[in-house]
Design a protein around this ligand. Structure first.
Ligand code: C2E
Ligand code: CA
Ligand code: CA
Ligand code: CA
Length: 275
């Protein structure tokens, strides 16, 4: 097989076919995985930078595939989004997170990621209200995390949905801040309860003066808008030290705790599997 440039693309085409086949298989498996209960949530702690108090836990979905073991969300979330399966999956995650958090022995907040695809219609606020009623979780304990891309697609529609979510008493965080195309515009469109600074900036902070300047600038914006900034991806003590010096309010990352199927409260490990 030759392409326009007269080079051989035979193998390349075969690889693409194989890739497409694998994707189709995975979509079929994904659609069955919800019913057969193959998804679980791991929780990663979010802490106050100054006091080390727990702010809440972010729920991160995991797929326990019968043959392939634990599959990363980086692999299946994009597929779930393309196929539309993220809608039932997102509902499942929301319900599971609220049910488990309602059973925690401490009233920590639980943060749930919401895909842009889940915002395409108007159903999200009603779903959230229903799940809160059903699980008895206090609305103030739920936070939804959305990315900038959600706002860019259709700002008016998204803002309307976010306002409806907020009116339930649920808070809204802006995830992966700084990685989109209209970072600052997003902040002027909706009064977010929290800014989550993307981990890309923190990982460069000691090597790149630019990254450090951006972190400082985002913290300044947070202060002027009176929105707490949570730094993602804190892996080392020197990064934590810098965040403390710069007055960052909250942090999340491997240094503070890895995502785990259980939450830890002082001296007690809560076996969520039993919930
Ligand atoms: P995210 O929302 O930005 O979540 C944070 C990711 O960073 C998680 O990856 C977490 O394990 C990882 N992480 C946490 N601390 C550190 C650190 O110190 N260093 C580094 N290098 N990484 C750290 P994970 O669990 O693989 O999730 C990847 C992405 O998949 C998430 O990024 C989110 O966009 C998506 N995702 C996960 N769960 C859900 C879900 O339930 N629904 C939706 N729509 N998306 C989800
Ligand atoms: Ca997130
Ligand atoms: Ca109600
Ligand atoms: Ca993030």
């Amino acid at each position: 097989v030759k392409n326009l440039h007269n080079t051989d693309v035979g193998y390349y085409q075969a690889d693409l076919d194989e890739l497409a086949r694998q994707r189709r298989t995975m979509v079929v498996e994904l659609s069955r995985a919800i019913e057969s209960d193959q998804f679980e949530l791991h929780y990663q702690v979010q802490k106050h930078v100054q006091t080390h108090e727990v702010v809440g836990y972010e729920a991160l979905v995991r797929w326990r595939h019968p043959e392939r073991g634990m599959v990363s969300p980086m692999e299946f979330i994009p597929l779930a989004e393309h196929s539309g399966l993220i809608v039932p999956l997102g509902e499942h995650v929301l319900r599971l997170a609220c049910r488990q958090a309602a059973a925690w022995p401490r009233p920590y907040k639980v943060a749930v990621n919401v895909s842009p695809v889940q915002m395409l219609d108007d159903s999200l606020p009603r779903l959230i209200e229903q799940v809160l009623d059903e699980t008895g979780l206090d609305p103030s304990r739920l936070e939804v995390e959305i990315t900038e891309s959600t706002l860019v697609a259709d700002p008016e529609h998204t803002v309307r949905i976010l306002k409806a979510v907020r009116s339930l008493g649920v808070s809204v965080a802006l995830d992966d801040f700084g990685t989109g195309y209209s970072t600052l515009a997003s902040l002027s469109l909706f009064p977010f309860d929290r800014i989550k600074l993307d981990k890309a900036f923190l990982s460069e902070i000691d090597r790149s003066p630019q990254a450090k300047a951006i972190v400082q600038a985002v913290l300044t914006i947070g202060k002027s808008l009176n929105i707490p900034v949570l730094a993602e991806g804190v892996e080392r003590e020197d990064q934590m030290e810098l965040l403390r010096e710069e007055g960052c309010s909250e942090a999340q990352g491997y240094l503070l705790g890895r995502p785990a199927p259980t939450i830890t409260i002082p001296d007690v490990v809560v076996p969520l599997r039993l919930v």
